[in-house]
Design a protein around this ligand. Structure first.
Ligand code: PHE
Length: 331
């Protein structure tokens, strides 16, 4: 039986060698099958016991069963070792490097028109003006009649104005001046407001859009003079375009102001018109039930896109609505 002893001994060495080298649970399982499976090496040894002489059977039965128990214990020991190794390998693979840059979401910013509008608002708020608002769909009465704008005035023509209902006299406001009327009807003087918002005209070229933005101004008090208007708009121009700027008032005409002016700002050697203004016409006060003998005031209206174009050297107003990111991202 020397040979069987040697075989058991060899198998024992072989097994411990293989277990030492096992690197994964899969390899461990293969070893189990190799020795303890149905056709495994140890299983076969046990099956062959029946061929031994009677007196040898219990001796070798014991030896082989000891080998089997030993292998089972060893497998359990290696199983916990290998489980730990595999767990660490998995953690290593799933490891997240939190110091890496993420995918950055690019956040947009306000449109230049909104930014300039806010800049204009801030300047007048610093002078104590309040913000007033009115609807974009206006009545013909507020947009024209109450503003002393007679039937014959070209702005009332369908070719210039978007009528929603000619019959009901509803239109997209062609300027922010109707907010003057709404404010005076809902408050008593003194009044000091600006009214920013969208306005609509049937125009479309390099300097006109069918929808654009205006900021209206209205101040009503006792003994208001052109000097107040000039000082206010000169202050605005210097804040908006720089302290070295000069302003120039050129006589003009608006139905709702008398006298009326076009206001120019110095740009280098020349002058550029930035807004329309004037002293509130007595007929406008009458239309809202204010006594024109008691109340005086000034009003002005400016185009926000125009101010932005002058300030930033933009030569085509259509850039504001083309959604060209190369343009938008400059500001
Ligand atoms: N509403 C005029 C326009 O749109 C501007 C303006 C406002 C002029 C107030 C005088 C006073 O052209």
């Amino acid at each position: 039986m020397i040979r069987l002893d040697e075989e058991i001994k060899k198998m024992e060495d072989e097994i411990s060698q293989k277990l030492e080298n096992a690197n994964s649970l899969k390899e461990l399982q293969d070893i189990r099958v190799e020795y303890l499976g149905k056709k495994g090496k140890i299983t076969t040894l046990l099956k062959n016991l029946k061929n031994l002489p009677r007196d040898q059977k219990p001796i070798y039965g014991k030896k082989i069963n000891e080998l089997k128990d030993k292998l089972e214990k060893e497998i359990e020991k290696h199983r916990s070792r290998l489980e730990e190794i595999e767990e660490n390998r998995r953690l290593e693979q799933e490891r997240v490097d939190i110091t890496l840059f993420g995918a950055r979401r690019s956040i947009g910013h306000r449109h230049l028109v909104s930014m300039v509008m806010e800049e204009i608002e801030d300047i007048f708020i610093s002078l104590g003006y309040e913000i007033a608002e009115g609807p974009e769909a206006e009545t013909e009465h507020n947009n024209f009649d109450a503003l002393n704008t007679p039937e014959w005035h070209p702005a009332r023509d369908e070719h210039d104005t978007f009528y929603i209902s000619r019959k009901d006299g509803i239109l997209l406001r062609s300027h922010t001046s109707p907010v003057q009327i709404r404010t005076m009807l809902s408050k008593s003087p003194p009044i000091k407001i600006i009214a920013p918002g969208k306005v609509y005209r049937r125009d479309y070229d390099a300097t006109h859009l069918p929808m654009f933005h205006q900021v209206e101004g209205l101040l009503v008090d006792r003994k208001v003079s052109v000097a107040h208007l000039k000082a206010t708009l000169d202050f605005f121009a210097k804040k908006m375009f720089g302290p070295e700027r000069k302003t120039k008032f050129v006589p003009s005409f608006f139905p709702f102001t008398e006298p009326s002016f076009e206001v120019y700002v110095s740009f280098g050697d020349g002058w550029l018109e930035i807004l329309g203004a004037g002293m509130v016409d007595p007929n406008v006060f009458k239309a809202v039930g204010y006594d024109p003998e008691e109340w005086t005031g000034f009003a002005f209206g400016m185009g926000v896109e125009r101010i932005a174009m002058l300030k930033y050297g933009i030569d085509d107003i259509r850039m504001f609505v083309r959604n060209d990111l190369r343009f938008v991202r400059q500001f």
